[in-house]
Design a protein around this ligand. Structure first.
Ligand SMILES: [Zn+2]
Length: 272
């Protein structure tokens, strides 16, 4: 059974997204190929964005399900036309237990956490085309609720995520799994024998390509070289004044604040 905790149900109601079926006319606009969008920068408002594009404030709010007087958040991505894929649906989330098979658990790997202590958290997210999906992320059971809240905040901000599992369903056009927003992974820190916080299920990577890890000249993933200018506001990038807050407000630490290296995609519970 997919039952929602009481508190979460209350949160969902508080989100109050606009749910409307797309009109047939909207569904066949050329916008389906390249939906126009705007990435919100610090200080921008519905008024300033609408004025910049010469559109009505009420339309901008309606296309993006932004209820007055809420203002957009930096790193949020707003539709600049009626969304071809239909307006956003309500945010939904639930938590499932995992089986050893789900997390590729094998006793001989000596992973530090047992599958019984991991949970699969399902959340609604918005992809790079502005379409919403149910994506899942595996984390330690002790951070399942705050993970839900962080992703709910991202959704409210209209932040976009390139892909979440199951990718075959959510983003079949992507074959590079290095793009996936994910949590648990039984692995060591690169170039060491120390377990990564991901191996404990206590770290989450968001949009790796758009928020790469940078250590000197080493960049991971390699595709992240296009996103080294962090002062830009582009789809999927996270900044301290914007999407990062979805996680730090829930007690996560951000790898973008490290000095030895910068890991803008990385959020963890112990700042490692
Ligand atoms: Zn990470």
């Amino acid at each position: 059974m997919k039952t929602l905790p009481k508190l979460l149900s209350a949160l969902i109601l508080a989100t109050a997204p606009v749910v409307a079926a797309p009109s047939p006319a909207a569904a066949v606009t050329p916008a389906a190929a390249a939906p126009p969008y705007h990435v919100v920068r610090p200080g921008e408002t519905i008024k300033s964005i609408a004025a910049a594009y010469g559109i009505r404030r009420a339309d901008l709010r309606a296309w993006n399900g932004l209820i007055k007087p809420n203002q957009p958040s930096p790193d949020g991505v707003l539709h600049l036309a009626e969304p071809a894929g239909g307006r956003l649906t309500g945010w939904r989330s639930w938590i499932e237990k995992v089986t050893p098979g789900t997390v590729n658990w094998n006793a001989k790997d000596k992973c530090p956490v047992l599958p019984a202590d991991l949970r699969k958290v399902w959340v609604t997210y918005i992809d790079f085309y502005g379409v919403s999906h149910q994506g899942s992320i595996v984390v330690h059971r002790t951070i399942a609720t705050r993970t839900q809240r962080a992703f709910q905040s991202l959704y409210r901000m209209r932040f976009r995520i390139q892909g979440m599992s199951p990718m075959t369903l959510n983003a079949p056009y992507i074959d590079d799994m290095g793009t996936v927003t994910a949590g648990y992974s039984c692995r060591v820190v690169n170039g060491s024998k120390t377990w990564s916080q991901h191996a404990y299920g206590k770290a989450i990577d968001v949009n790796p390509v758009q928020n790469p890890m940078v250590r000197g000249r080493y960049i991971d993933p390699a595709g992240g070289t296009d996103f080294l200018r962090r002062g830009l506001y582009r789809r999927g990038m996270m900044h301290a004044s914007g999407a990062v807050r979805a996680f730090t407000d829930q007690g996560f630490y951000w790898g973008g604040r490290w000095n030895s290296l910068k890991d803008d995609m990385h959020f963890s519970m112990n700042n490692r």
